[in-house]
Write a protein that binds this ligand. Sequence first.
Ligand SMILES: Cc1cc2nc3c(=O)[nH]c(=O)nc-3n(C[C@H](O)[C@H](O)[C@H](O)COP(=O)(O)OP(=O)(O)OC[C@H]3O[C@@H](n4cnc5c(N)ncnc54)[C@H](O)[C@@H]3O)c2cc1C
Ligand code: FES
Length: 268
Amino acid sequence: MRKTIPQQCEVTYNRRLDKAGLYYRLSVQGFKSPRKIYPGQFIHVKVSKSLDPFFRRAFSIADYSSDGTLDIIYKIVGKGTSILRTLKKGDSLDIIGPLGNNFSRPAKSKTIILAAGGVGLPPLLYFSRYLIEKKHPAEKILFFYGGRSKDDLIEKTAIKKMKTKFYPSTDDGSFGFHGLITAAIQEQLANLDLKNTIIYGCGPEPMLNALQNLAMKYSINGEISLEAPMPCGVGVCLGCVKPKMSDPSKYVRVCYDGPIFKIGEVQL
Ligand SMILES: Cc1cc2nc3c(=O)[nH]c(=O)nc-3n(C[C@H](O)[C@H](O)[C@H](O)COP(=O)(O)OP(=O)(O)OC[C@H]3O[C@@H](n4cnc5c(N)ncnc54)[C@H](O)[C@@H]3O)c2cc1C
Ligand code: FES
């Protein structure tokens, strides 16, 4: 089990990102990490000072800087995230982390496909910024971002600022490519040297399943970031297991062995 010590961090902002008030970006200061932080890792947050809800909630790190500033981006889906929304500047937030593994850093010669579906955006936003900081050529990063409609695509300005090739898509055609993100990706594959291409994905499981199938069909290597209900977050409760592709009678723990897995490693 990894060492996990809760720490109190001060909220510096908790900003609404969309018209409907479904998506928020929360930033804290004073986050002290016992080890280096890399894109793909997550934190486990106690959203309430009371015992309700009892379990912590998992959020990918959307950005981090060594001065202790850490950001998450979240969607309101239930009790925990509704409580999180009420936090204000100066409030404290109980955080455990960083937890989990991280995306592997590709060689600068590689073409990178980032595939973010819905609220799968945060770890890829951080990964993209990190790659650019490490001098990966921005024109070799293809940033695909899909949602149901225009209002589900948040932080577009932050993505555009990185000067990667940006391919937004919506299921209803209200913004960007009309159709599923995997169809938007497939349309570009003909222009790429697939042996020199790596896919990194994060999003809802049906999207990751389609992405994994697409990557395997075209023999493209890559990694996906999985989500699962995550009661303990440290590999103990087995609440987050998924079957292995090579032997479905064996399981991985998303919180401890992941959340990042190689394409073809986990059955979705
Ligand atoms: C490693 C990891 C990283 C994550 N990163 C982010 C992130 O960056 N931003 C973000 O908005 N969310 C992220 N999530 C999902 C987030 O943890 C859940 O949305 C949150 O716990 C919901 O809490 P709640 O109390 O508001 O909703 P609940 O009342 O607990 O649940 C509301 C609904 O969401 C479903 N749900 C809850 N948790 C999950 C989950 N983990 N996966 C799939 N469905 C779930 C429930 O089944 C229920 O239908 C991440 C999850 C994991 C495991
Ligand atoms: S959340 Fe408990 S083992 Fe993964």
